[in-house]
Write a protein that binds this ligand. Structure first.
Ligand code: PLP
Length: 382
């Protein structure tokens, strides 16, 4: 019998907020103000307060947030930017779009996050920025990265696209480096009804540059000081996000409770040898944008879960250094063994807040059935 448990159920989150969200959309429609204006101003103030960061700058996507943050720092041709090889494409894509060179480094196999020692070793006189990623909703190990950056006088841009509300040693991510980048892509913990993103900073000068670059470096209208782009967030998305943002903390609690329940269920099922659960160092609050497990026969497990109708996804099957579009960077297979292993072993399973205990038990039973069958097949082969 097939169950159907999606990787993410946006309907469950939308239903109780439907009236409020439609009222917010109607408010924008009736105003006929779509570009910048009061919804954007209010969202920026509300998010800056919520995140505890001085400036929040609403932008068109998480990808554009990374691009704009690097532009605000003046990153350009022949500059080097250090970033992990294991992340969503946008992180390195933004660097290459500016004509700069991503200097890729490997990850810590325990957390999937960038290895701070490798960042320290990758610094050269041409390094102009370090871009750690807070992968799957958990902060990278920032203290040693901040020490490297300060010693070399290099700014940090935090790619916090997956980590809104996560903390590192009680400090909110996105406010620790020079700039932070967030995404409101629908599958992120705070999702818009389409594309939207945010740049954050505690630096007044960088905030001013980012705001200018967001709209073609224009101030006042038709006087251009810098060559920027159109990186504005739609007022409609801002109005929707204003309804959803106050619920983020409760949604995060739901995801964290589900993560804790998975830990109990996997242990009770005797799966902790065959499956590795996400690590949770105590000095950082994980917001579980994804709950990513590891197992040797990942592809077999994926096939099994697909057949059972249990949502799952590989984040990410190909690290940056093996992507065809980055072949010119000259990296070889084997260059970053931890990222390559993670790409072969990792699998995300459903973790959204509305997931029920029954559904979680179904997920864990399905994984247990797979592990038992493959262990049996293995012993017969011997
Ligand atoms: C989602 C994501 C982005 C890009 O965000 P979009 O809003 O989809 O453009 C950038 N970096 C990471 C790590 C992401 O997960």
């Amino acid at each position: 019998m097939k169950s159907t448990i999606p990787l993410l159920d946006l309907q469950a989150q939308y239903r109780p907020l439907r009236d409020q969200i439609l009222a917010a959309m109607t408010r924008v429609a009736d105003s006929q103000r779509f570009i910048m204006g009061p919804e954007i101003d209010a969202l920026e103030q509300e998010l800056a307060r919520m995140l505890g960061i001085r400036h929040a700058i609403a932008v068109s996507s998480g990808t554009d947030a990374v691009l704009l943050a690097l532009m605000a720092l003046g990153i350009g041709a022949d500059d080097e930017v250090i970033t992990p090889t294991y992340s969503f494409f946008a992180t390195a894509g933004a660097v290459v779009r500016l004509g700069a060179r991503p200097i890729l480094v490997d990850i810590d196999p325990v957390t999937f996050n960038v290895d701070p020692d490798q960042i320290a070793r990758a610094v050269t006189p041409r390094t102009k920025a370090i871009v750690p990623v807070h992968l799957f909703g958990q902060s990278a190990e920032l203290d040693p990265i901040v020490r490297t950056a300060e010693r070399a006088g290099i700014p940090i841009v935090e790619d916090a696209a997956q980590a809104i509300g996560a903390t590192y040693r009680t400090r909110p991510v996105g406010g620790i480096g020079a700039l932070g980048c967030f995404s409101f892509f629908p599958s992120k913990n705070l999702g818009a009804f389409g594309d939207a993103g945010l740049v954050t900073t505690n630096d007044d000068g960088l905030a001013k540059r980012a705001r200018l670059l967001r709209a073609h470096g224009m101030e006042p209208r038709y006087y251009h000081h810098l060559v920027g782009g159109n990186f504005r967030m739609d007022a409609l998305q801002a109005a929707i996000l204003r309804v959803k943002a106050p619920h983020l903390a409760a949604w995060t609690e739901g995801r964290r409770a589900n993560a804790a329940r998975y830990r109990e269920l996997f242990q009770a099922a005797g799966l902790l040898g065959a499956v590795t659960l996400p690590a949770e160092p105590t000095d950082r609050l994980h917001i579980y944008n994804q709950f990513v497990i590891r197992t040797a026969d990942r592809d077999g497990l994926k096939k099994h879960l697909d057949a059972q109708g249990i949502g799952n996804e590989i984040y990410y099957p190909v690290p940056f250094h093996l992507q065809p579009c980055f072949a010119h960077l000259g990296y070889r297979r084997g260059a970053f063994p931890q990222a390559e292993r993670a790409a072969a072993e990792s699998l995300a399973i459903p973790i959204y807040g509305e997931l029920t205990r029954d559904q979680q038990e179904t997920v864990v039973s399905a994984i247990a059935a797979f592990v038992r069958t493959s262990a049996h097949a293995g012993s017969q082969a011997r």
